[in-house]
Each structure stands twice: as structure tokens, then as C-alpha cells.
Design a protein around this ligand. Structure first.
Ligand code: ZN
Length: 435
């Protein structure tokens, strides 16, 4: 009994897809939060150059790497109305787990038991991971225990290259013009920053950056970052009576006074947002609190930001000689607002997932994607599953069968966009008359 592929197409693409994925994850493309240029780290350019080469070998004649580390390319359509559809994935991996020296391991025909990785005592226990237990019989790819795998998002990168190679080798398969882009620095929130939508020239796009089989997302968090800087009065502690005002102590009080039984990442789920202080550092003289604030609703997001600021002002207000500065950075907005009026774009992905024989799973993402900002910038970009799990950790894993299903979904998506209803919608910018 062979591994459970979702279709013959997926099974046909799988060997090429796996070979590419194993090549890509070995390259260290971890991005860095302190960014002075794009991309933030040179390893991303190593992968970018390899991708230009592989796209070219696959038959993409205009594959190119730009000065900011974005890889683009296209294959011409043979049907549809001439408008191009974009396919996106990000090349960088998370700075939150070790990303150098990744050695992929394929656990063929997974038997449903605990997977013990060779290094660091890392275990993948299906008792704690119901998604893993559901993949019995799949070929599971992991790293070796002391690094992330990088399926986020090299699964998406490999799926796009493998699907494009398949389409290029099968010119009879219907497709609109397809534009491809691989972005740097998504994990540090900069993937869309230097993305040239005008030059990309697509009507809409899809990120291959979701997780489990069938996931399709047209809704992300709306996101702000809040930075509070407290300045105290620092004097020699031996002569401090009635003089010293400790900024560090005040900052700790601010964090302590924020709600801890609600509005936190660990006490919320579904559609509830949170305030998450993720960094606190300082001295008696000066301290800084950084918090990310998230919600699906813009009004509630503003209320969470206001609560943070009110709390900080109340605490610092009790020490009249201390000062407080609060800066709010807008990070990204829920893409639903931009995708709802053009819902046929998400519907096309749903039709493609169904054509692959997979049940679409629609749920909001408790996070953001490149599509969050691209949709706002004018390129409507929902998100499709890519087959990886336990992102940003040494337990990260991916199912080859689910990655192959994602690559096959891209081939199906190309066909959907040549259907009369969708091609017309792309021309009119409205909902299709024909479903
Ligand atoms: Zn990702």
C-alpha cells in the first residue's frame, strides 16, 4: 500500500518537490530583526540565486533577482483573458529557533508513534500533536532536533517551483499567465515592504504559507506594535532617599498591571485578540517595554492599544518625576476588508482545493502573512496551505503528501482561472457570473 497521495497529479509531482525542498532547507536563510538592508541576512541571497537557476532550468525565461533580494519570474498563459495571477512564498525562516545547519530527515510511511529526533532529545509526540497522528502512512519530514526545519515557508517555495516546472513540462495544461515572487524577510514583517506590485503586474496573488491540508485563509489579525519608554531619576543608591525614581521598577509595574487572565496569547483563541509584552529591558534610569497588540477587529485593536497606554500612564503618573513616551507602530491590517469585495479570488482557490479532492478549511489566521500588507497595498492575496506544522520550533515537521497536494492545488488553480467565470471576473474586477 503506497503513501496516501490526494491525487495522481500530487504523486507525480512529489519526487521533484521533495528533492527541491531538501535542497532549500539546507541553506540558512534565517532573517534578523535588526535590519539595515534588504534582505536582512546574506543567506537569503544564496537561496534566491539557486531559485533563479532552478526556475530558469524549469523553463522560466525571465527569472530574476532584484537589488532588494526579491526573486520574480513568469510563465505565459495559454488560456484565460491575459491577466496574470501571482504565486508567492517567502524565502526567510524565523529568527526564533536555530536555522543554520538544517539536516532534513524523511520518516517514510509514518507509523503513528513518537518520533525521536537524533539530536537534543527532541521528540514529536502524537499524543500532544493530533495533527501528526492524523498523518499516519505519510512521509514526514523533520530536521534533526536542534534546528527548525524551515517548511515555513520553503514548503511553499518548493511547491511553487515544482508546480511551475510541471506546468512548463506540460504545455497542454490550461493556465493564465502566472507571475511568481519569492520574498525575503517575511518573518520580521518586511516581506511586502519593497515588493513592487506595479512591476509584478498580477491581478491578484496567493501566498503558499498556510499549514494543514486544505487550509484557505482570507482573514488575518490586524496588528500594531506599542513601544513604551519610561525615564526615571537615577542617583547613587546610597544617597537616593526621596530622590531615586526607578524606571525599571515602573516598567515592571506596567507589565504586572496589564490583564493576565484575559487578553493574553495564552488565554485567548478563535477571534479574541491580545496584548503581548514580548520585551522588557532597562535600567533605573530608562526602561523600554515592547508589546504586540492583535485583534481581528480594528475597533477592538484600538481599544487594546488604549488599554496599554492608559495602564502605562496610570503607573508612571504615580511617580511625578518620571516621564513616559508611547509610540504605536501600525504593522498590518486584517486582509478580509480587501478580499471580501473580490471574494471570487478566494473562491477560485477553494475550487482548486476541491478539484484536488481536498476539503477546504476556512479559518482566520492568528497571525499575518505577506498577503496582509499586499492586500492593503492593492494586490488581493489570500493564503493557501503548504503542509508544515509546529513552525518556528525544533519540532517543525511537514507531510510530503500534503506538500504535494499543495503543489497540485497550484496546477488546479491555474486551470480554474481559465474557466469562463473567473477569467471574466478578473477582467471586470467583480464577482463571476458563472460558477
Ligand atoms: Zn510563513
Amino acid at each position: 500500500m503506497g503513501a496516501p497521495y490526494t491525487s495522481e497529479l500530487a504523486a507525480a509531482i512529489a519526487p521533484d518537490l521533495l528533492a527541491r525542498f531538501e535542497r532549500y532547507v539546507r541553506i540558512d536563510t534565517q532573517s534578523a530583526r535588526e535590519r539595515t538592508r534588504s534582505p536582512s541576512t546574506p543567506g537569503q541571497l544564496d537561496l534566491a540565486r539557486l531559485l533563479v537557476q532552478e526556475l530558469t532550468e524549469a523553463g522560466v525565461t525571465d527569472a530574476a533577482l532584484d537589488d532588494n533580494g526579491y526573486v520574480t519570474g513568469s510563465i505565459p498563459g495559454n488560456a484565460g483573458n491575459g491577466r496574470a495571477i501571482g504565486l508567492l512564498a517567502h524565502m526567510d525562516t524565523s529568527p526564533d529557533a536555530p536555522g543554520a545547519g538544517v539536516k532534513p530527515i524523511v520518516h517514510a510511511d509514518y507509523n503513528g508513534e513518537v518520533i525521536e529526533l537524533p539530536v537534543g532529545g527532541t521528540r514529536l509526540d502524537p499524543a500532544a500533536m493530533p495533527e501528526l497522528l492524523a498523518k499516519r502512512g505519510h512521509d514526514i519530514v523533520t530536521a534533526s532536533g536542534d534546528t527548525l526545519l524551515g517548511a515555513d515557508d520553503k514548503a511553499g517555495v518548493a511547491e511553487i517551483v515544482a508546480a511551475i516546472a510541471h506546468l512548463a513540462a506540460h504545455p497542454e495544461l490550461p493556465r493564465p499567465t502566472l507571475r511568481i515572487a519569492f520574498t525575503p524577510d517575511e518573518e520580521i514583517g518586511e516581506g511586502a515592504t519593497l515588493f513592487d506590485i506595479e512591476r509584478f503586474g498580477a491581478f491578484c496573488a496567493y501566498t503558499m504559507d498556510g499549514s494543514d491540508l486544505g487550509e484557505l485563509q482570507d482573514e488575518t489579525f490586524s496588528a500594531d506594535e506599542v513601544i513604551a519608554t519610561i525615564r526615571g531619576v537615577d542617583v547613587h543608591p546610597g544617597h537616593a532617599t526621596g530622590k531615586l525614581v526607578s524606571a525599571l521598577r515602573l516598567a515592571a509595574e506596567v507589565v504586572a498591571e496589564l490583564p493576565s487572565d484575559r487578553l493574553t496569547p495564552d488565554t485567548t483563541s478563535g477571534r479574541d485578540g491580545f496584548i503581548h509584552p514580548y520585551s522588557l529591558h532597562g535600567t533605573a534610569a530608562e526602561a523600554e517595554i515592547r508589546a504586540i497588540v492583535r485583534d481581528f477587529d480594528e475597533q477592538r485593536l484600538a481599544e487594546h492599544v488604549a488599554l496599554f497606554e492608559r495602564t502605562a500612564r496610570a503607573v508612571v503618573g504615580r511617580a511625578p518625576r518620571a516621564t513616559l513616551d508611547v509610540v504605536v507602530h501600525r504593522q498590518y491590517r486584517n486582509m478580509r476588508e480587501y478580499l471580501e469585495p473580490v471574494s471570487f479570488i478566494t473562491d477560485a482557490a477553494e475550487a482548486a482545493i476541491l478539484a484536488e479532492g481536498v476539503t477546504p478549511v476556512r479559518a482566520p489566521i492568528r497571525g499575518g502573512t505577506d498577503g496582509s500588507r499586499l492586500s492593503e497595498m492593492g494586490l488581493p492575496t489570500p493564503n493557501i496551505f503548504a503542509g508544515g506544522h509546529e513552525f518556528h520550533s525544533v519540532r517543525e515537521w511537514a507531510s510530503l503528501q500534503d506538500m504535494a497536494a499543495a503543489a497540485a492545488t497550484i496546477v488546479r488553480l491555474a486551470e480554474v482561472w481559465t474557466r469562463e467565470g473567473w477569467a471574466e471576473s478578473a477582467a471586470a474586477g467583480s464577482a463571476p457570473a458563472v460558477r
